[in-house]
Design a protein around this ligand. Structure first.
Ligand code: NAD
Length: 295
């Protein structure tokens, strides 16, 4: 994990001090962790107390791993964890300078949240979405501050991955974009600005490969292990596409493919039937302990 520079955090914190993260699942807890590590006060909003507790406990364990790897002073992890609070109400947005939404990849769910965030958050606050594929322009249109709505697409696992894909909606202002690019650097990430288009760049390129790997499995071309080994040893990928799909979450993969299939209208993005079957069975990958592999 790249350590953020505290001077950078101080510069950005002239504008942004408090960050609310809505959704503390696979992505939300990692996003909260990197902001807290960068010196920001973070408030996680979850839908249930047990999910909130799981998010905070995941951050604690992850910080311990980072501390070991980077040889941190013994008290550093607990100091960072003190910057993380949580609750079940979007009222936390009332004092936030930035909100990062990381709930389920479903437009109706995000729409409801952005309407409520727009009503609750201070007028100058930036509302960002970590969506993998849903239009930022459409999300922004649910608010009365489309100029201050932007995509901040973190990669999984957030504390480890360098990239933040920054997506400008049609009405996102230059000022909002500049602040978010700055902020991404302040937490030790490398931002890349892209256009608002279904799947943006990351998933437009990644998801067809994952989907094709699932077709190979369904058609019996190879076992899950064979497919992943071919891609790891043959293409030098750090992990195989099926293991990566399990890490991302199979429900999330399906939702992204649906958005690309609908948005781009090209049958090459149709989700593999086996992916639908696994999601219908509740086999969602690592988070449900069963996907293409058992965990
Ligand atoms: P997840 O299922 O692991 O977590 C989603 C969390 O949102 C859950 O903990 C759920 O309880 C919470 N939630 C749902 N509705 C809520 C509400 N109304 N209020 C508060 N919390 C609520 O999903 P995830 O993988 O973390 O994905 C979150 C977002 O990040 C999605 O938009 C997804 O496309 C995107 N994303 C995911 C990945 C990935 O690899 N999983 C990578 C980049 C971006």
């Amino acid at each position: 994990m790249a350590a953020p520079t505290s001077e950078a955090a101080v510069t950005v914190s002239a504008h942004i001090k408090k960050v609310a993260v809505v959704g503390g699942g696979t992505m939300g807890n990692g996003i909260a962790q990197v902001f807290a590590t960068g010196g920001f006060d973070v408030h996680i909003v979850e839908s249930r107390q047990e999910f909130l507790e799981r998010a905070v406990s995941t951050i604690g364990k992850s910080l311990e791993r980072v501390a070991k790897k980077l040889n941190w002073a013994p008290e550093r992890s607990s100091e960072i964890l003190k910057h993380v609070q949580g609750g079940l109400s979007l009222d936390a947005a009332r004092t936030a300078d930035l909100v990062v939404e990381a709930v389920t990849e479903d437009f109706a769910t995000k729409k409801l949240i952005f309407e409520q965030l727009d009503a609750a958050a201070p007028a100058g606050a930036i509302l960002a979405s970590n969506t993998s594929s849903i239009s930022i322009t459409e999300i922004a249109a649910c608010t009365k501050r489309a100029d201050r709505v932007i995509g901040m697409h973190f990669m999984n696992p957030v504390p480890v991955m360098q990239l933040v894909e920054v997506i400008r909606g049609l009405a996102t202002s230059d000022g909002t974009t500049a602040r978010v690019l700055d902020l991404s650097k302040a937490i030790g990430k490398t931002p890349v600005e892209v256009r608002d288009y279904p799947g943006f760049v990351a998933n437009r390129v990644l998801m067809p490969m994952i989907n094709e790997a699932i077709y190979c499995l369904m058609e019996g071309v190879g076992s899950a292990d064979a497919i992943d080994t071919v891609m790891k040893l043959g293409m030098n990928h750090p992990m195989g596409p099926l293991a990566l799909a399990d890490l991302i979450g199979l429900d999330t993969c399906l939702a992204i493919l649906e958005v690309m299939h609908d948005g781009l209208g090209d049958p090459k993005y149709r989700p593999c039937p086996l992916l639908r079957t696994y999601v219908a069975a509740g086999w969602l990958g690592r988070k449900s302990k069963r996907g293409f592999y058992a965990y």
